[in-house]
Design a protein around this ligand. Structure first.
Ligand SMILES: Cc1cc2nc3c(=O)[nH]c(=O)nc-3n(C[C@H](O)[C@H](O)[C@H](O)COP(=O)(O)OP(=O)(O)OC[C@H]3O[C@@H](n4cnc5c(N)ncnc54)[C@H](O)[C@@H]3O)c2cc1C
Length: 410
């Protein structure tokens, strides 16, 4: 760390968003300090990567390391509807992987170190301000509290939503998908499909917001998640173990079949209230990226790829703001770019949950199939002029309009 503790950029959190932001800022010649509260490797959920994420990883030069780590190759996602009906397959167009996040996040952090990002283990506890402007952060280590000055403070703290909690960014507002609880654990001896499909993601759903994932994260280990509405969780389960058991008995017979001889190798965990958005998420001297300002719904595995994309795109905004002394133009451009891409993903996910059978048809529609596959691959930020986003968006607007009419009438 610099003796005077002044950096162009200070990043809170070393998940995929923080690491990518750090790397890109270093490529632009900026000095970067990343402060991370946890020692790596550490557990994290979010193990299935989109094709877009795979491309970013390959562009980082990590292809060989991903292969050496034996992260399974993900060729696609098999989505299986209630009672094993309404099945469709989403192929992945770029090379990508399923990951154990503890080792994957460590790999990204090491890449950031190679690029000259400096690291500090510590918990960021406060922000430093000069009037309205954010000018740094306070962090705590075993040795005590310290201040560090920044030209831009980046919140990449994930679901902690640090700057929102500190009243710098806006308040956390629930998204459409908010009322779910996810329970998950790792297992060995899960029955897999035959190669080459054995390392794909399987999604099984019974009805809206009742679903589960199976993600092979190593040659022998699979991640299982069961996601159910909050009221059902508290009424019938009340623990991650019971929720997983509920999923086995109620989501699909296919789930039970695959886990018949499985052996759990990690403690089960539950996570609630993971779907939200925060506005504003940029301001004078600060911005938020990745989960620190928005998370939709994990069903199509957008989280890591959106975090990395925002990490990359934010670096451009940060560099311009430092060069020109004008934060508004680049930060508002970053905000609008992010909102547009996230909204396209939100509409697509809502369309799937409201009209799952039509969604399956759209996957077969020769006019839309390619676009839908690319959107599911993470291209939500790069789809200017495509037809599919407006089809999903118009259907959702119409659905919301009808819901509103019914509400007013009753
Ligand atoms: C149930 C569920 C399943 C999911 N499945 C998938 C999936 O299959 N694929 C996918 O791509 N995504 C998935 N996601 C989403 C994914 O986990 C996140 O979107 C992704 O990790 C976001 O990356 P990030 O860098 O923004 O935040 P994170 O990865 O959460 O990183 C934030 C970092 O900040 C650190 N931090 C927090 N507060 C502080 C502080 N005060 N000081 C210092 N450090 C701090 C944390 O320790 C952490 O390391 C899932 C999410 C959920 C809830």
């Amino acid at each position: 760390m610099n003796t005077n503790a002044n950096y162009d950029v200070v990043i809170i959190g070393s998940g995929p968003a923080g690491s990518l932001c750090g790397i890109e800022c270093r490529k632009k010649g900026l000095s970067v300090l990343c402060i991370e509260k946890d020692e790596f490797p550490r557990f994290h959920i979010g193990e299935s990567l989109t094709g877009n994420a795979g491309q970013i990883i390959t562009d980082l030069g990590l292809y060989d390391k991903m292969e050496e780590a034996e992260f399974p190759n993900k060729l696609g996602v098999n989505v299986i509807g209630s009672l094993s009906k309404n099945e469709f397959f989403i192929p992945i167009l770029a090379k990508t992987w399923q990951v154990r996040r503890s080792s994957f996040d460590k790999m990204l952090k090491e890449k950031a170190l190679e690029h000259g990002v400096e690291y500090q283990t510590g918990m960021v506890t406060d922000v430093l301000r000069d009037g309205e402007k954010v000018v740094g952060a306070t962090y705590k280590t075993a040795a005590g509290s310290q201040n560090v000055n920044s030209k831009v403070l980046v919140d990449a703290s994930g679901q902690t939503t640090f700057l929102s909690r500190k009243g710098v960014a806006g308040k956390r507002k629930v998204e459409f998908f908010s009322q779910q609880i996810a329970s998950f654990a790792h297992f060995e001896n899960v029955e897999r499909d035959l190669p080459p499909f054995s390392t794909n993601t399987t999604i099984l759903y019974s009805k809206q917001y009742h679903w589960s994932w199976i993600i092979p994260i190593s040659p022998t280990t699979d991640s299982l998640g069961v996601v159910i509405p909050k009221d059902l969780y508290y009424k019938e389960c009340n623990s991650p173990e019971a929720a997983i058991e509920w999923g086995m008995n109620n989501i699909s017979p296919e789930l039970k079949r695959r886990f018949k001889n499985a052996e759990q190798v990690e403690a089960s965990q539950s996570m609630a209230d993971f779907s939200y958005r925060i506005e504003p998420f940029v301001g004078d001297g600060w911005l938020c990226i990745g989960d620190s300002h928005r998370f939709l719904d994990p069903i199509f595995s957008y989280g890591v790829s959106f975090g990395m994309k925002e990490g990359i795109r934010s670096a451009e905004a940060i560099a311009t703001s430092i060069q020109t002394g004008d934060w508004k133009t680049p930060f508002y451009a970053f905000r609008d770019w992010s909102n547009k891409g996230q909204q396209i993903a939100a509409d697509l996910i809502r369309y799937f949950w409201i009209y799952p059978i039509f969604f399956g048809y759209q996957m077969q529609n020769p006019d839309l199939r390619d676009e839908v596959i690319r959107l599911l691959g993470g291209c939500c930020f790069d789809c200017e002029g495509w037809k599919a986003p407006s089809i999903f968006s118009n259907a959702i607007k119409e659905y919301d309009r009808k819901q509103m009419e019914t509400k007013i009438a009753s």
